[in-house]
Design a protein around this ligand. Structure first.
Ligand SMILES: [Zn+2]
Length: 141
């Protein structure tokens, strides 16, 4: 009789494991946020994966560009998928600025997921979340 009881407990345990595993695995692989890859060349800083990053987070390069320029007042240009900044900026600083951009223009305030789109609603641009459906206000650029 003891054997039957153990079997049931084991099955219960397995059910519990299977129920808790897949969701977490899905969440983690759904969307991996990119980071800034940069290098300093003389008096310039090259953000090497600028276009790639923009594509990954589904945002216009010009919008990210505008935000970065507001954060670091320097001149720059987009060339062959890279962003070339005049001045020396370390990678940590660039990632900090990029994270600020993500918090403002990509990550959903309600569920903290980055799976969002910028849509126009009643003439106003808002951040619409594909995961929870929340509509987030966007700061002015
Ligand atoms: Zn959401």
């Amino acid at each position: 009789m003891n054997d039957t009881k153990n079997e049931l407990n084991y099955k219960d345990l397995l059910d519990r494991i299977y129920m808790s595993l897949p969701n977490k695995a899905l969440d983690d692989s759904r969307f991996i946020l990119p980071t800034v890859e940069s290098m300093v060349m003389g008096k310039q800083t090259i953000w090497k994966n600028f276009s790639k990053v923009a594509k990954t987070i589904k945002r216009d390069e010009s919008q990210i560009y505008k935000f970065i320029m507001k954060e670091i007042s320097t001149s720059s240009s987009i060339q062959n998928g890279t962003l070339i900044l005049n001045g020396v900026f370390n990678n940590y600083k660039l990632n900090q600025i990029f994270e600020k951009y993500l918090k403002n223009f990509v990550i959903c305030l309600a569920c903290k997921k980055p799976d969002t789109d910028i849509v126009t609603q009643n003439g106003v641009k808002v951040l619409k979340c594909s995961v929870c459906g929340a509509i987030n206000p966007l700061p002015k650029l």
